[in-house]
Design a protein around this ligand. Structure first.
Ligand SMILES: [Zn+2]
Length: 67
């Protein structure tokens, strides 16, 4: 039983880390680039989405923040 709990905790930890680094980026209303949240070129983030979603929508990575 204890082993199961440990395994479960390990899984949760991995999932948590993966979720934290699952690369959320922000896009702006007019820009064609996606950015790391907090990028200095982004004055007002328009939408937060994953890198994959941003790529699918045709956005390119910002050269300043390097998402
Ligand atoms: Zn940027």
């Amino acid at each position: 039983m204890r082993r199961l709990v440990c395994a479960l905790l390990a899984v949760l930890l991995v999932v948590g880390v993966a979720a934290a680094s699952s690369n959320y980026v922000v896009i702006t209303a007019k820009g064609k680039k996606y950015h790391v949240e907090g990028c200095r070129t982004v004055k007002k983030a328009y939408q937060k989405l994953t890198v994959d979603e941003a790529k699918k929508k045709g956005y390119k990575p910002c050269k300043v923040c390097n998402p």
